[in-house]
Design a protein around this ligand. Structure first.
Ligand code: ASP
Length: 610
């Protein structure tokens, strides 16, 4: 037997026992003629005392960091106790030891505050994974996984696997493709998600499905994305939106309880997409704090239901506002004392290319009720006060105003809100606030592709009262349709996102389940009948054989873990992640393949080497 106990297990009550431990040598310290070793395994660290009588053996077989040892000895009370270690009351008086395997000197220290940089840790990820900090993250990941499984199992969901080698039907992101040897010149694609399979499973009658599953998307890796990532993927039959919201609100609350011990008893707030954009400037608002946007000016077609208050800023010949499509403001609480230098720094911040604003207008609403601004030349104090009131500012607040094109300016004020909110300490790591965002637009215009695409995916149903509108080719939301030059521009989707602290952690929709409506949807996306049949004939066919009403959702498992673990990076929660260029630096993948493999695949390369 290699071991009787783990390195995290022994306590005072074990004193006197004869034990065998096995693990890695974390440190060795010499005190006169005796040696102390910290022995580590997955469960903890135990101190070993190697007395004088072992010195001869030690001289012949010197120990080093990360050696794998097996020791036998007696559990004894420590004179110098370590309250920070669960095993800190005891040590093992070693009677014999053997080296099970030696280790080269590791390229970085296996400690929480390691001296290893990112690259070297990724290259030697198997050593990085030995560090407690990383291990804790993977343990949390497993706890989240188990909690999700338990909840779904208790609710009659069935874990069903779906294939990884499928057909390429790029609709959202780019597909990863795999050449088929047996079908020369043909390719499989790796699934971006099991979307169509889970819908087919509904047609087959497996009315509650889930899978914690890898998905693959060949996207440019913007901050903290992985080309392969994991989803908690779910689908249900005979449900309406309300059923799905309740079921999965329940799941996330259950995970909170199991993983963080948090009782999230309140009902998850709900907000329409339009309200999210109006009040927060983005579709995944962080509602841990207020600082809602005040819309001083906006193009009416974007928010047809909102009141126009542009008279507050008009009529003073201030060109910056007059020429802007959109003027938006936020009030930063208790910040009117901000120095010139600090405001200049914020101005530089909004001018960065990622934010893309030309400048920043501010109004200081002083504690004594007076107002001072960077546009005093144009606005009298009473006018400034009216603007301040519109932003819901209190004396002592600082009002920040951005002006420019609608989309960019709204995005910029949203970023500015998050940045200033963070600086004010409003975005606390230990506070968790969930939100459902509902009623997304069904379609959106993809600038880079120059065409209309499904905002969620093409299997998403319109909201029930918009289905007729689509079938009859008779859009009632004429304003948006006319302005945006697409007959369905104003149609809303029966789709929902779950947002946690400003991050989208899940999204899904009620699906189309009739062939006619699905064909209509493909048509609205500019697909010919032939194309639709070629790409999705199997689904259209399945809808002819009694498809039940259904809907589902998928949660980003890696992201959920990183938020629950209080980290910005999903890589910290993946055992073997890829770097920002999609490389696995440990494997050195992707790599070339040899001529023989290429021949078998009937592939000839024509690669411009750079
Ligand atoms: N398959 C969708 C996605 O990956 C989620 C869903 O609609 O269930 O975003």
């Amino acid at each position: 037997m290699y071991r009787t106990h783990t390195c995290g297990e022994l306590r005072k009550s074990d004193i006197g026992k004869e034990v065998t431990l096995a693990g890695w040598l974390q440190t060795i310290r010499k005190f006169g003629s005796i040696n102390f070793v910290d022995l580590r395994d997955r469960y903890g660290i135990t101190q070993l005392l190697l007395g004088e009588e072992l010195n001869k053996q030690l001289d012949e077989n010197p120990l080093g960091r990360e050696f794998v040892l097996q020791v036998k000895g007696i559990v004894t009370e420590r004179s110098n106790k370590n309250a920070n270690l669960p095993t800190g009351d005891i040590e093992i008086k070693v009677t014999s030891f053997s080296i099970l395997n030696k280790s080269a000197t590791p390229p970085f220290t296996i400690q929480d505050d390691t001296d290893g940089g990112d690259d070297v840790r990724m290259k030697y990820r198997y050593l990085d994974l030995r560090r407690n900090a990383v291990k804790k993250n993977l343990e949390l990941r497993y706890t989240v996984n188990r909690a999700a499984r338990n909840y779904l199992h208790e609710n009659n969901f069935m874990d069903l696997e779906t294939p990884f080698l499928i057909k390429s039907t790029p609709e959202g992101a780019r597909d990863f493709v795999v050449p088929s040897r047996m079908n020369a010149g043909q390719f499989y694609a790796l699934p971006q998600s099991p979307q169509t399979f889970k819908q087919l499973l509904m047609v087959s009658g497996y009315d509650r499905y889930f899978q914690i599953v890898k998905c693959f998307r060949d996207e440019d890796l913007r901050a903290d994305r992985q080309p392969e990532f994991t989803q908690i993927d779910c689908e249900m039959s005979f449900v309406e939106q309300e059923d799905i919201l309740n079921m999965f609100e329940g799941m996330i609350k259950y995970i909170f309880k199991q993983v963080k011990g948090i009782d999230y008893t309140e009902k998850v707030e709900r907000m329409s997409w339009e309200d999210a954009m109006w009040h927060y400037g983005n579709d995944k608002p962080d509602i841990r704090f207020g600082m809602k946007i005040c819309n001083l000016k906006f193009p009416s077609h974007t928010f047809p239901h909102q009141q126009n208050i542009s008279s507050l800023i008009n009529d003073v010949n201030f060109k910056v506002f007059d020429d802007a499509e959109t003027v938006v403001a936020i009030a930063v609480p208790a910040s009117s004392e901000m120095t010139r230098k600090e405001i200049d720094a914020l101005t530089e911040w909004v001018k960065r290319p990622q934010i893309g604003m030309k400048g920043l207008v501010y109004i200081k609403y002083n504690i004594d009720g007076t107002l001072k601004s960077s546009v005093d030349k144009f606005y009298h104090e009473d006018k400034l006060k009216k603007i301040a009131e519109a932003t819901n500012a209190n004396p002592g607040d600082l009002i920040l105003i951005l002006a420019g094109a609608e989309e960019r300016t709204r995005k910029a004020i949203s970023e500015l809100r998050l940045e200033t909110g963070k600086n004010k300490g409003f975005r606390k790591d230990d506070e968790f606030k969930l939100l459902w965002v509902l009623d997304f637009p069904l379609f959106e215009y993809a600038e880079d592709e120059n065409r209309w695409v499904a905002r969620h995916h093409p299997f998403t149903a319109p909201k029930p009262d918009h289905i007729e509108v689509m079938i009859n080719n008779d859009p009632t939301i004429a304003d948006a349709a006319e302005y945006l030059k697409h007959p369905y521009a104003g149609i809303k989707a029966n789709a929902y996102d779950m947002v946690l602290n400003g991050n989208e952690i899940g999204g899904g929709s009620i699906r189309i389940f009739q062939r006619g409506l699905q064909e209509k949807m493909f048509d609205a996306l500019g697909m010919t009948k032939e194309e639709a049949l070629h790409k999705f004939g199997f689904l259209l066919g399945a809808f002819e054989y009694g498809a039940p009403p259904h809907g589902g959702i998928a949660f980003g498992f890696d992201r959920l873990c990183s938020i629950l673990g209080g980290s910005e990076s999903i890589r910290d929660f993946i055992a073997f992640p890829k770097n920002n260029s999609g490389r696995d630096v440990m494997l050195d993948a992707p790599g070339t393949i040899d001529e023989k493999q290429l021949n078998e695949l009937s592939i000839k390369l024509d690669v411009q080497k750079n």
